[in-house]
Ligand binder design. Structure first.
Ligand code: ADP
Length: 235
């Protein structure tokens, strides 16, 4: 591609990205503003109402903070500053870190299989990738179902699969779900709606470790996201 065409393409990508960013941030900001204004114009609101409004403001602020964290991480990914560390860790260690970030409610639903298996990489980044996969598995399945994390050492590769029995993904969406900001459910008010960055981040992290991230899914039955990494030298 010649240089002017390349610049025009970069310019267009930049505009699309800025458009998506403003859109993502406007929704929680509008909610925060509306709830704060309502609280201010109703100083005598009942304690229950006040608590509910404040909780909503807090939730939306958390959502914005998570979004900014995701963006900063994507910035690091793009600048290829990723593999600062390569440490030998167990999948259990990564899962503990991921669960800590997801909070207590997640723990009860997670089943571990052979997660003593070890792999090599940056523990923080790998825990982040796993956290996004587990978060999705929990979000897109019923609360009474389990999410199974299964590790396997096979030949020269280590695979870590995150399996849920949730809503699944229609085949026509599968080619796009790893793209930044892509969401199957566009309803921003839906409780499951996130930034649409989780899978993009997870895939970048896995690829930066020389691995692959793949999905198999059956609508209404569930999905399995599998990260596969090359086995460390001499292991
Ligand atoms: P989000 O922040 O919306 O979860 P992701 O990039 O993590 O963004 O995922 C993109 C989209 O892929 C989700 O909005 C959802 O539609 C779909 N998806 C991801 N994981 C699952 C899953 N385990 N089950 C069903 N759909 C999923």
């Amino acid at each position: 591609m010649d240089r002017p065409a390349r610049y025009a393409e970069i310019e267009q990508l930049k505009n699309e990205l800025l458009g998506s960013l403003s859109h993502e941030m406007r929704t929680p900001l509008a909610t925060i503003k509306a709830y704060a204004s309502t609280l201010r114009s109703n100083p005598d609101a009942l304690a229950g109402e006040r608590d509910e409004y404040l909780a909503t403001i807090e939730r939306q602020a958390d959502r914005l903070a998570r979004f900014v964290d995701d963006l900063l991480l994507l910035g690091r990914v793009d600048a290829q500053h990723l593999l600062a560390r390569r440490v030998n860790v167990t999948v259990d260690y990564l899962l503990d870190a991921a669960q800590e970030r997801l909070g207590g409610a997640a723990t009860a639903r997670i089943e571990r299989h052979a997660t003593h298996v070890q792999l090599d990489g940056d523990p923080e980044l790998l825990a982040d990738a796993l956290m996004h996969l587990v978060d999705n598995a929990l979000k897109f399945s019923a609360p009474q179902t389990h999410v199974r994390i299964e590790a396997r050492a096979e030949g020269k590769r280590v695979a870590v699969a995150v399996h849920d029995r949730g809503i699944g993904i229609l085949p026509e969406h599968l080619p796009y779900i790893f793209e930044r900001f892509y969401r199957v459910e566009r309803n921003l008010a839906a409780p499951a709606s996130g930034s649409g960055l989780g899978l993009a981040i997870a895939r970048e992290i896995v690829q930066a470790h020389g691995g692959t991230l793949q999905v198999e899914s059956v609508p209404q039955q569930g999905s399995t996201f599998t990260m596969a990494f090359p086995m460390r030298e001499g292991a």
